[in-house]
Design a protein around this ligand. Structure first.
Ligand SMILES: Nc1ncnc2c1ncn2[C@@H]1O[C@H](COP(=O)(O)OP(=O)(O)O)[C@@H](O)[C@H]1O
Ligand SMILES: [Mg+2]
Length: 263
């Protein structure tokens, strides 16, 4: 990988990049978050698991201010996201890469145009500089040489990786992934996991990864949180989660043997 993408420093290594405190959010009579709290430290991979509808995506949306809590606070990089103006949110979102559940590429744009989109919007770069940066980003996600392809020509795994390249375009120190490996075959899912690990190892990126895959969860996580019905059921290191006696967590884990990634 090229050395041009610089790690971004934002304080001491164990500084919290995310502090969510007692978040409550309802949509009509649906309670999506019911007093959810979580802290993510810099350079850490935080995995969030939980059944469909338990509030995982709503939580991620709170972290970038797409949804405001009814009660509670969200600090990202020490700044109160729940209280930000639209202008402040725009500035914040430049520093957070979001990989949505659907790869959400623009189908009428080439791979290169998709990846260049945030650069055109937020940076003043020449055509050559943009082309260079796009090449570098595609190399990082192992998609070199695909610049001129249309999204329709790509497999699901390739689309996800282009989505990740686009999310990385502005060097965000924090990346949120909403089920990045759902719908992928195990081998492709593995390559996406590897990328998440490499970004942390090589660039010190902090990550929040929502996943249904136990394999991914235990490969990636420094810390794991298990959610149910808008609440945090249990959180801890993979070892702590494996040792949990919480019946809900056991139901999640009991179906298979899990190996914990060596540190
Ligand atoms: N914009 C919305 N309007 C109404 N209900 C919503 C909205 N977003 C999420 N919900 C509801 O909130 C709950 C949590 O949703 P979500 O966070 O998407 O779950 P998941 O854990 O599967 O990502 C679900 O019951 C969902 O239907
Ligand atoms: Mg979701």
């Amino acid at each position: 990988m090229g050395a041009v993408i610089e790690p971004q420093s934002s304080g001491t290594p164990d500084e919290a990049v995310i502090v969510a405190s007692n978040l409550w959010k309802s949509f009509g009579s649906t309670v999506a978050l019911a007093g959810f709290s979580l802290e993510v430290r810099r350079g850490e991979i935080q995995v969030i698991m939980g059944p469909s509808g338990c509030g995982k995506s709503v939580l991620l949306k709170h972290l970038v201010g797409l949804v405001k809590p009814d009660r509670g606070e969200v600090l990202v990089f020490g700044q109160p996201v729940h209280a930000m103006s639209d202008h402040e949110l725009d500035a914040l979102r430049i520093r957070i890469g979001v990989v949505f559940q659907s790869a959400a590429l623009f189908d009428s744009l080439t791979v290169a145009q998709n990846v260049a989109f945030p650069l055109r919007r937020h940076r003043t770069l020449s055509k050559e500089e943009i082309a260079h940066r796009v090449r570098e980003l595609l190399l990082l996600v192992e998609m070199a040489g695909t610049e001129d392809l249309m999204p329709a020509a790509l497999s699901g795994g390739m689309r996800k990786r282009v989505g990740i390249a686009r999310a990385l375009a502005l060097d965000p120190p924090l990346i949120l992934y909403d089920e990045p490996t759902s719908g992928l075959d195990p081998l492709t899912a593995h390559t996406v996991d590897d990328l998440v690990l490499r970004l942390r190892a090589e660039l010190g990126v902090s990550s929040v990864v929502v996943t249904h895959s136990l394999d991914s969860a235990f490969r990636l996580a420094d810390h794991l949180a298990v959610m149910d019905s808008g609440r945090l059921t249990t959180s801890g290191t993979p070892e702590e989660i494996l040792a949990s006696t919480n019946p809900f967590v056991r139901r999640f884990l009991d179906t298979r043997a899990i190996e914990v990634r060596p540190k």
